[in-house]
Design a protein around this ligand. Structure first.
Ligand code: NOJ
Length: 747
C-alpha cells in the first residue's frame, strides 16, 4: 500500500489560480496577520460572554485566528464568520473545525465498530452523512478519520480507529476521506477531512494514553504507516500530528516525520495542524518551553497551532532573533489560505452557513434509517450456543443491566453534538419491536461498578443514576424469575473508552460480572449484549454464557438496531477487526504477528523453552476476522489457478462458499498471505483482500481473488518496497484462524 505511486490531488481548483490569489492576499497581510492564520483556538475554551463580546470575537476582528473549533450551532458560527469577513481588516474567512468522527447529530457506531462491518461503502456513506449534517450546522472541517493502528486494548482510543490491520485500515481511511470531502470540496456539504494522529499514536506503550512510542522504521513502514498514507493518497486536505514521540522527538516537532516523510516522500500538499495544545506540552515532554517549542514545530513543517497560542505569541520574537525565517511563516500561512481557497470560502464565506439547511438536514428520517441499518452491520456475534439467538419477539423477556435503558450512553465517545433525548434506548427499541406480541420486563440490575467513586471516574460526563447494590440485584432476580429468557445489557459505559480512558483490567466491571453470574444461576437462557469500546476479556463469559452479541456503542439508533438483530430481522455479519485477548497479560495482541525462532508447538499446553506463557495460550479468545452469523457458511474446494506466480502475471484463488443454515446472510470471505522465507521476518499471515457477499439460504457462490506481485511486496531491511521470489502460503477463510491454505512459488 505504501509503495503505491504518490498523491492523487482531488481538489479541483487550478493551482495557478490559487497561487495568484493567495500571493496577492498575502501581499496585503502584515506579519501579525499572517501569524494569526496559524492560530487555531478552541471556541469552547475562549468564547466568554456573548458571541459578540467574547474574547474569540476580539481575536477574529484583529485577524488573530485562522479558525476555531468546538463551537456548536449555526447561529453562533454564522456570527463568528460574519465578524471575520465583515469586521476584520482583510476579511479572511475562518476554518470551523469539530471532532465529527462517527456522525454529527445522527450518530453512527463508534469507528472501531464501523470497521467491523468490513463495508467500506457503509463507512463512506456514514462520512457523507456526517459531512452533510456538520456542514449544515456551519462546520467546514472535521478532525477525522483517526487511523491509528492499535494492538493493545488497554488503550481507550482503540475505539476511535479501525482496529489492528493496515490493509483494512487503509481501505477504511480512504472511505472516510471520500465521504467527507465528496468530489472536490466544491459543494456546500463537502468538508475538509483531517487524518490523525500522525503518527503511530496507537502504539503507546502499555496502552497508556499519551505514552511513549518507540518503533523501528521497518515496523513503521510495514505495519503502521499505511492507513495515513492511504488517506493522503485519497486526497485528504489536512493532517493532524500526534501527541507521542517518534524516534524520541514529539511528532509535533518531528521534521523527519512531518517534512521528509509526509511532504517529500508522500507528496502531501495540504494543511498540517498540531493536536490539542501539543506545542505547549512539549515543555512537559522535556523538549523545550513554549517559544522554542513553537520554533521547532514550525521548522518541522507544522502550519497550524491548535490551542497552544505558541505561534501567535512567540513567532514574531523568534523571527526577530533569527530563529525562524519569514519564509517559514509564509509557507505555513499560505497552506492555511490554500485550504480556505479550496473550500471555496473566499468566493462565499457563508458557504457553510446556510441557516435554512440546519433545520432540514440534521437527524433526518433518512439519515436515521441509514444509521440504524449500518449499526446492525457492525455487531459481532461472538457465541451462539444452540442458536439461542435470534430470540422470538413474543413471551416474556427480561432485559437487565445498566446499559439497557442508559439514554446518554448509547452513542459512545466523541458524540458531543448529539441529542440523547431524541434517541431510543435499548429498552424502548425492544418494546417497540415486540409491540403487543410479548412483554419486555426491565431491571437495571447493577451499577457499573460497586464503588461509587470508581463509577464516577468511569462515567465522566455521562453519569448514570446509581442504586443500592443489593437492591438492584434483588430486583434483577425477581424480574428474571418472571421471564422466559434473559437479555443482559452490560459492559463498559461510553466514557470508558476514547481519549484518556486507558485501562489495566479488561474484564466486565465487577458489579456487572456478579450480576451476570447470578442471572446464569437462575438456569434461564441468557443472552449477553456487550456494550464496549474495546475488546474485553471474556474468558469466563465465553464458557458460561450461551450467546454473546457484541454491540459496541451503536450510535443514536442503537436501540432499534440492536432489537433488529436480537429478534432476527437482521442477521449479524460483523467481523472483529481487533483481537479479543484471553487476558490482559497477552497484550499487545494481533493476528499478523511474527513467528519467533521458537514457535509454540501445541497451543493447548505450556511448552517450556518455546515462546508461550505459563498460564495461558498465545491464542486470542476471539481472533481478528471472527464473527458468527445466524446461518452457517461452509467453505469448499479452494483452488489455485497455478502453483507458480510468474513475473508480471497473476494467480487466481477461488473457493466455493455455501450458506448452509436457515437464514439469508452476509459473509466476509478473507484472503491472507504469508511469505515463508524473506530478508526480514514476515508476519505469519497478512490480510490482502476480502469480499463481503450476500447469500440466500442454500445458495452457493464461487468467490475469486486475484494475486499479483503487488500483494507480495514489503519493505526490506533497506526499506526498499520489493517482493522476493520464493514460496508463499495463501489462506482463505471465514476469519484469520479458521482457514484453508495452499502454497505457490513466486518467480
Ligand atoms: C485531542 C485529540 O487527541 C484529537 O483527536 C482531537 O481532534 C483534538 N483533541 C480536538 O478536539
Amino acid at each position: 500500500m505504501l509503495g503505491e505511486a504518490c498523491t492523487t490531488h482531488h481538489i479541483d481548483v487550478t493551482d495557478e489560480q490559487m497561487n495568484l490569489f493567495v500571493s496577492d492576499l498575502m501581499g496585503h497581510m502584515t506579519l501579525r496577520e499572517k501569524i494569526g492564520q496559524l492560530n487555531l483556538p478552541s471556541g469552547g475554551d475562549i468564547t466568554t460572554g456573548t458571541v459578540k463580546n467574547g474574547k474569540l470575537s476580539e481575536m477574529i476582528r484583529k485577524q488573530e485566528i485562522g479558525g476555531f473549533f468546538n463551537v456548536k450551532g449555526i447561529d453562533k458560527i454564522y456570527e463568528l464568520q460574519r465578524l471575520a469577513v465583515e469586521e476584520s481588516r482583510l476579511k479572511i474567512p475562518l476554518l470551523v473545525g469539530a471532532d465529527v468522527i462517527h456522525g454529527y447529530e445522527t450518530i453512527f457506531p463508534i469507528p472501531l465498530a464501523l470497521s467491523c462491518s468490513w463495508d467500506t461503502l457503509a463507512v463512506e456513506k456514514m462520512a457523507r452523512i456526517s459531512a452533510i449534517e456538520a456542514s449544515a450546522d456551519g462546520i467546514n472541517w472535521t478532525f477525522s478519520p483517526m487511523v491509528d493502528i492499535c494492538r493493545d486494548a488497554r488503550w481507550g482510543r482503540i475505539a476511535e480507529g479501525s482496529g489492528e490491520d493496515p490493509y483494512l485500515g487503509s481501505l477504511m481511511a480512504k472511505a472516510y476521506v471520500r465521504g467527507y470531502q465528496g468530489k472536490n470540496l466544491q459543494q456546500n456539504d463537502e468538508i475538509l477531512s483531517c487524518v490523525k494522529h500522525f503518527a503511530l499514536y496507537g502504539a503507546s506503550e502499555s496502552g497508556r494514553d499519551y505514552n511513549t512510542v518507540d518503533m523501528s522504521r521497518l515496523r513503521m513502514y510495514n505495519e503502521y504507516l499505511a492507513p495515513y498514507k492511504a488517506a493522503v493518497d485519497a486526497g485528504v486536505g489536512s493532517v493532524m500530528s500526534s501527541f507521542n514521540i517518534v524516534d524520541g522527538i514529539p511528532a509535533t516537532a518531528n521534521k523527519w516525520l512531518l517534512s521528509d516523510l509526509l511532504r517529500k516522500e508522500w507528496g502531501f500538499k495540504g494543511l498540517l495542524v498540531t493536536d490539542y495544545n501539543s506545542i505547549a506540552e512539549m515543555s512537559s515532554h522535556g523538549i523545550a518551553p513554549l517559544k522554542e517549542a513553537s520554533v521547532r514545530s514550525l521548522q518541522a513543517g507544522t502550519d497550524m497551532d491548535m490551542v497552544s497560542f505558541g505561534f501567535l505569541n512567540t513567532l514574531e520574537e523568534s523571527l526577530q532573533s533569527g530563529e525562524v525565517t519569514e519564509e517559514q511563516i509564509n509557507t505555513a500561512c499560505r497552506r492555511v489560505l490554500e485550504v480556505k481557497y479550496k473550500l471555496g470560502l473566499f468566493d462565499n464565506p457563508y458557504k457553510y452557513c446556510d441557516t435554512l439547511r440546519a433545520s432540514k438536514q440534521l437527524y433526518t428520517t433518512e439519515h436515521r434509517s441509514i444509521a440504524r441499518s449500518i449499526a446492525s452491520e457492525t455487531f459481532v456475534l461472538l457465541k451462539n450456543e444452540k442458536s439461542l439467538l435470534p430470540i422470538s419477539a413474543k413471551g416474556k423477556i427480561a432485559l437487565i443491566g445498566p446499559m439497557a435503558n442508559a439514554r446518554n450512553n448509547m452513542c459512545g465517545m466523541w458524540s458531543m453534538m448529539c441529542n440523547p433525548s431524541k434517541h431510543r434506548t435499548l429498552l424502548e427499541g425492544m418494546r417497540s419491536a415486540i409491540g403487543n406480541k410479548g412483554e419486555v420486563l426491565y431491571a437495571k440490575g447493577s451499577n457499573i461498578f460497586y464503588d461509587e467513586n470508581r463509577e464516577k471516574t468511569a462515567t465522566g460526563m455521562r453519569p448514570l443514576d446509581r442504586g443500592d447494590n443489593q437492591t438492584l440485584l434483588k430486583e434483577a432476580l425477581q424480574t428474571a424469575d418472571r421471564a422466559d429468557v434473559i437479555v443482559a445489557a452490560l459492559g463498559e459505559c461510553s466514557e470508558m473508552s476514547g481519549e484518556s480512558a486507558s485501562r489495566t483490567t479488561l474484564e466486565i466491571p465487577d458489579a456487572q460480572r456478579d450480576l451476570l453470574k447470578a442471572l446464569v444461576k437462575t438456569g434461564k437462557p441468557v443472552v449477553l449484549l456487550l456494550f464496549t469500546g474495546r475488546p474485553l476479556v471474556l474468558t469466563e463469559e465465553a464458557v458460561n454464557i450461551p450467546s454473546i452479541l457484541n454491540v459496541w456503542f451503536g450510535g443514536s439508533e442503537a436501540g432499534d438496531a440492536i432489537a433488529d438483530v436480537l429478534f432476527g430481522k437482521v442477521n449479524p455479519s460483523g467481523k472483529l477487526t481487533t483481537s479479543f485477548p484471553r487476558s490482559v497479560g497477552q497484550l499487545p495482541l494481533y493476528y499478523n504477528s511474527h513467528n519467533t525462532s521458537r514457535p509454540d508447538p501445541d497451543k493447548n499446553v505450556f511448552n517450556r523453552y518455546t515462546s508461550n506463557y505459563l498460564e495461558d495460550s498465545n491464542e486470542p479468545l476471539y481472533p481478528f476476522g471472527y464473527g458468527l452469523s445466524y446461518t452457517h457458511f461452509q467453505y469448499d474446494n479452494m483452488v489455485l489457478s497455478s502453483n507458480v506466480l510468474k513475473k508480471g502475471e497473476k494467480l487466481t484463488v477461488s473457493v466455493i462458499v455455501t450458506n448452509k443454515g436457515n437464514y439469508d446472510g452476509c459473509e466476509v470471505v478473507q484472503l491472507y498471505l504469508h511469505d515463508i522465507y524473506a530478508d526480514v521476518v514476515r508476519p505469519v499471515k497478512e490480510l490482502k483482500d476480502f469480499k463481503r457477499i450476500f447469500l440466500k439460504k442454500g445458495e452457493s457462490r464461487e468467490v475469486r481473488f486475484v494475486i499479483t506481485e503487488e500483494d507480495l511486496k514489503f519493505y526490506n531491511s533497506n526499506l526498499q518496497y520489493i517482493y522476493e521470489t520464493g514460496d508463499f502460503e495463501v489462506m482463505v477463510g471465514t476469519n484469520s484462524r479458521d482457514i484453508q491454505s495452499k502454497t505457490f512459488f513466486a518467480e
